[in-house]
Design a protein around this ligand. Structure first.
Ligand SMILES: C[S@@+](CC[C@H](N)C(=O)[O-])C[C@H]1O[C@@H](n2cnc3c(N)ncnc32)[C@H](O)[C@@H]1O
Length: 337
């Protein structure tokens, strides 16, 4: 059995090699642990994502209904339009609460799934979500740089918004190819492009600054979140800076995948105008009390994102270079034996 190393909440490394011995979630990190995590990106991943796990679906408006099934399937089809479905056995790296794989499975992409994540809290929530949906899914706490599965196990490996957190992306893709069967495919979506990340961060910072200052004014005071909640968000943002390690130029990412040994590598990008709306919207939602934003806001946010995504695909794609779009996707296959 392949062995897997996972950083514990005390900053040292523990070894797990048997299903059922995965470490338990720790949603309440101490100040000492947070301090240690500022120097240790994998410890930061575990603390940050264990802390977020139970509220993650709400925070990112993740659901397991038609809206997110269509979104997940849309990302998959955008990079592998001609896949022969369903895959027999699929695995997700950095699954979080299971958004990508569970919704892909609901859309008919794979029959059996395995969810994996460095954060025990995330694996627990992903398995609970899978059980509620009646899907055939097992799960492991796993570091993407040392995947605890045998060689040639899976037909498909997927990931969403995970590669940019992994210190050695090439090593991780080598691991992905090791656990894929010959001819098997990987699909990673939702990675930040280097240019996209630059404008998204500036738009988010400006929105946070404007919202948290304007809501100090008396007439807007009831739109201000309690100071301790804003402070907690700022602490989370400090950890976020430690966990977000990379941004990608699409051609560089394709190069890393080829160097890891992948065949038939392709990349695609999406969301330009849509990202310019999406990031300020998400930041605004985090800066004001959630009860202030009703269905009208949700309709505006989702409707606006859909309309701008249409504009991106039908118009801007023809004039804006791919590397200016925010989301990068990459796919490739394990060469046949
Ligand atoms: C931004 S979240 C995305 C979660 C989910 N894929 C989604 O799209 O909602 C990144 C996830 O990757 C996990 N992660 C970070 N580094 C990892 C690593 N080295 N190995 C496995 N998972 C990792 C985190 O714990 C977290 O759950």
């Amino acid at each position: 059995m392949t062995r897997n190393t996972v950083p514990t909440l005390h900053g040292d490394i523990m070894t797990t090699n048997t299903p059922g011995t995965d470490p338990a979630p720790n949603p309440h990190a101490t100040e000492e642990q947070v301090k240690a995590a500022l120097e240790d990106t994998k410890l930061a991943q575990v603390l940050y994502h264990d802390w977020e796990a139970e509220t993650y679906d709400d925070k990112w408006s993740i659901s397991y209904d038609e809206r997110c099934i269509d979104y997940a399937r849309g990302r998959f089809d955008a990079i592998v339009p001609d896949a022969k479905l369903p895959y027999e056995r699929a695995m997700e790296l950095g699954c979080g609460t299971g958004f990508f794989l569970l919704n892909l499975m609901q859309s008919g992409v794979a029959k059996k799934g395995s969810v994996t994540d460095l954060s025990p809290g995330m694996v627990k929530v992903a398995l609970r979500n899978a059980e509620n949906l009646g899907l055939d899914v097992d799960g492991r706490v796993a570091d993407a740089e040392k995947i605890p599965y045998e060689d040639n196990t899976f037909d498909l490996v997927v990931g969403h918004a995970v590669l940019h957190h992994i210190p050695d992306v090439e090593l991780s893709l080598r691991e992905v190819l090791r656990v894929l069967k010959p001819g098997g495919r990987f699909v990673f979506a939702g990675e930040p492009s280097t240019i996209g990340d630059f404008y998204a961060r500036w738009l988010s910072r400006a929105t946070w600054y404007a919202t948290t200052n304007l809501t100090r004014l008396a007439p807007l005071n009831d739109w201000r979140r309690p100071q301790e909640e804003l402070d907690e968000s700022s602490r989370a943002a400090a950890l976020e800076a430690v966990v977000d390690i990379h941004t990608f130029d699409p051609d560089d990412l394709a190069g890393i995948a080829r160097k890891a040994g992948a065949a038939k590598v392709e990349t695609a990008t999406e969301e330009f105008a849509a990202a310019m709306l999406g990031w300020p919207v998400r930041t605004f939602e985090a800066a004001v009390p959630p009860e202030k934003l009703g269905w009208g806001w949700a309709r505006f946010a989702f409707g606006g994102w859909k309309r701008l995504s249409w504009l991106d695909e039908k118009v801007l794609r023809k004039v804006v270079p791919p590397k200016f779009f925010y989301n990068v996707m990459v796919t490739g296959t394990k060469p046949a034996a």
